[in-house]
Ligand binder design. Structure first.
Ligand code: DGY
Length: 324
């Protein structure tokens, strides 16, 4: 009988998924459920046939330089994989897979809740009630911005961007415009109640709310910088459930402090889990701890996708969600 592949899970996973993995493979779990450091990840790459990392594990090029890697596949628990240097992995013969599709709805749902929460000042209101500081209803109390009928600008019209468009157009009667690197067929855009514009600037200028749905890293790093924030409508809001590095965080803080934009709803940050104190101090910002996919159903589905990918790989088949 051939030995089962040895697999390292860098964090705790939904129990049902851990159990299936343990039936199929020899699994080792990071029981402490805190991020492994570079040395531990390098050791994992040397000693395991597969590593199953998450968004909070950094796997840069130097980790793949060791000529003696045992690892053949990185089954990433997540759709975004900018924390992995996929070119370096590929050059070392390590396959990389991700988990597309299964977190589309939950991430779009969370983007909608950030949009509503920041527009209607629900976070501020909740803090006020909890602090025992609410002085009762009055016509001028905690006035926010109406969402229904406003313009939403989407940057990135992939699965999640489309799901966001659908929710906001058909749910809140919003006029939805979007920027996407490649041309989207008009009928496809219409299906989601959206209209494609030529440039990011066009989208920023027209929109009351801008929601980001593009991958992080590479040329998207600081795509939303001080110049583009200044291009946004006065009184506009920025929603980011994509990746922290898509936005220049320092420039965002300045835009929020100076009133260049009115508010932001954020689920992701440049140096997670660090969130700058200046950002946390702002009342016009909603800050969540990267919860986009955090539902029981979605996290289990993400885990099952990883199971499918590594199972296919070790059975000699093409993993369904191979990215490198
Ligand atoms: C992903 O899958 O890339 C998400 O950011 C994790 O929820």
């Amino acid at each position: 009988m051939t030995a089962k592949p040895r697999i390292l899970l860098t964090r705790r996973w939904p129990r049902a998924v851990e159990e299936i993995l343990a039936q199929r493979f020899e699994t080792v779990l990071n029981e402490r459920d805190v991020p492994l450091d570079a040395a531990q990840l390098a050791e994992g790459l040397r000693n395991f046939d597969a590593l199953l990392p998450t968004v909070s594990d950094r796997l840069p090029a130097p980790l793949f330089k060791d000529g003696d890697l045992r690892c053949r596949i990185l089954g990433n628990f997540g759709v975004g994989y900018n924390h992995i240097d996929v070119e370096a992995a590929k050059a070392s013969g390590v396959v990389v897979t991700n988990t597309p599709g299964v977190l589309t709805d939950c991430t779009a749902d969370l983007a909608v809740s950030l949009l509503l929460t920041v527009a209607r000042r629900a976070g501020e209101g909740e803090r006020q009630v909890r602090a025992g500081e609410w002085e009762g209803w009055r016509p001028t109390h905690m006035i926010g911005t109406k969402v229904t009928g406003k313009t939403l600008g989407i940057v990135g019209f992939g699965r999640i961007g489309k799901a966001m468009a659908k929710r906001c157009h058909f749910g809140f009667d919003m006029d939805v415009v979007f920027y996407n690197r490649s041309k989207v067929a008009e009928e496809e855009a219409q299906r989601f109640g959206a209209r494609q514009l030529d440039t990011i600037e066009d989208v920023l200028k027209e929109s009351d709310f801008v929601s980001l749905h593009i991958p992080g890293g590479g040329e998207n790093r600081h795509l939303i910088d001080a110049g583009r924030l200044a291009t946004m409508k006065r009184g506009g809001y920025l929603i980011n459930t994509a990746r922290g590095d898509v936005v220049d965080e320092e420039a965002l803080i300045e835009a929020l402090e100076s009133g260049v934009i009115r508010g932001a709803g954020l689920d992701v940050y440049e140096a997670e889990p660090q969130v700058p104190a200046r950002l946390r101090a702002l009342e016009n910002v909603v800050v969540l701890p990267h919860l986009g996919s955090a539902t029981e159903e979605t996290r289990t589905a993400m885990g099952m996708k990883v199971v499918d990918n590594v199972t296919a790989f070790f059975a000699g088949r093409e993993p369904p969600d191979r990215v490198a």
